[in-house]
Design a protein around this ligand. Structure first.
Ligand code: SF4
Length: 107
């Protein structure tokens, strides 16, 4: 079953695997337990930190216009880990050139 939601608490309760999307692309796709325990993509970390039972702090900045996405990482303007490498599109189960943790392929 595929569940699409903005409710991270619900996803954590019911999902085996979670795919986090940003600007129309999957940026992190991992087993739910691992993703919620140790997010690897800076956007996932930001989403989790925004939860009331965590830091309750919004992700700074605003998402890009979907009609004018940058060539590289779409999260770059909001990311505290951005570098020159981020001018190219990152790919993989964690679509990030500088992930917060090292991960393998999704189960
Ligand atoms: S690719 Fe770069 S800008 Fe994008 S999330 Fe990763 S570190 Fe941040």
């Amino acid at each position: 079953m595929l569940l699409i939601t903005h409710d991270l608490a619900a996803a954590e309760r019911v999902a085996d695997t979670v795919a986090v999307m940003y600007a129309g692309r999957i940026v992190e796709h991992r087993p739910a337990g691992e993703l919620f325990r140790a997010p690897a993509h800076p956007y996932t970390r930001g989403l989790l930190n925004a939860l009331p039972n965590r830091e309750f702090r919004a992700v700074p900045g605003h998402p890009p216009m979907l009609t004018a996405l940058p060539e590289g990482c779409a999260f770059a303007a909001r990311c505290d880990r951005v570098s020159e490498a981020c001018a190219t599109q990152p790919v993989g189960p964690v679509a990030c050139h500088h992930p917060l943790v090292t991960v393998g392929t999704p189960a």
